[in-house]
Design a protein around this ligand. Sequence first.
Ligand code: DGL
Length: 268
Amino acid sequence: MKKKQPIGVFDSGLGGLTVVKSLIEQMPYEDIIYFGDTARVPYGGRSCETIQAYACQDVDFLLQYDVKAVVIACNTADAMARKLIEQRYPLPVVGVVGPAAQKAVSVSKNKKIGVICTRATVKSGAYEAAAKAVDPAVRVFTRACPLLVPLVENGRFAKEDKVVQIILDEYLEPLHREGIDTLVLGCTHYPLLKDAVAQCLPDVQIICSGEASTDTLHEMLVANDLLNDSQDAGVHRYFVSDDAAGFTENAELFLGRSLDGAVQCVQI
Ligand code: DGL
């Protein structure tokens, strides 16, 4: 029975849909319950205590739907609350930080890795810790980019956009000077900026945090005999804590296609 239960995915808002996108591509038979905490987004400038409290409430919400595993699709929540969630909840938990850091270490040749993310993710030191756990010799340069989430949420991410170029140049220049050969887009919103980032740093390999986590989730489901063996397309349900209409309107940007289920507004 457990195999048929849905996978729970949460994020501070819309951005986690970039993770859902790769999840649907890789595991089309899985049912998904997505929760976006749109009433309290952004998490990235908040304290550790607040992020931990919000993240646990998000997991509590998902558990009402009997999820078989939880994906923390928010880098900030993963960086600050992952250990707490693993201790508190007896089910497989997959984050975005560890898989992205591991992938970055495996592809980097000069072992100089850049990470762009929120202030809270920088403060947590989670990316350095995850990368150094794989290879202690690796050097990780993290940079908070607080202007990027509002930029993307306002539809500004095209590589031809002059404002995008100016802001990215400023954020990426110090990482370029350090000689990084690999850059992790360590925030759910940043995959939309991938082309613009690649234009700024043409010789740098770019890792999107969400993509790597789907591989880890697949391995974990297989190891726990939890992979859904159904041949029917999965059912996807979306919940938010505010502004279901706004979420629906912008979802396509992040998901790469229109939502295949109604969005329900809930109080958690
Ligand atoms: N989802 C967050 C992350 O990946 C970005 C938005 C926020 O600050 O809440 O870090």
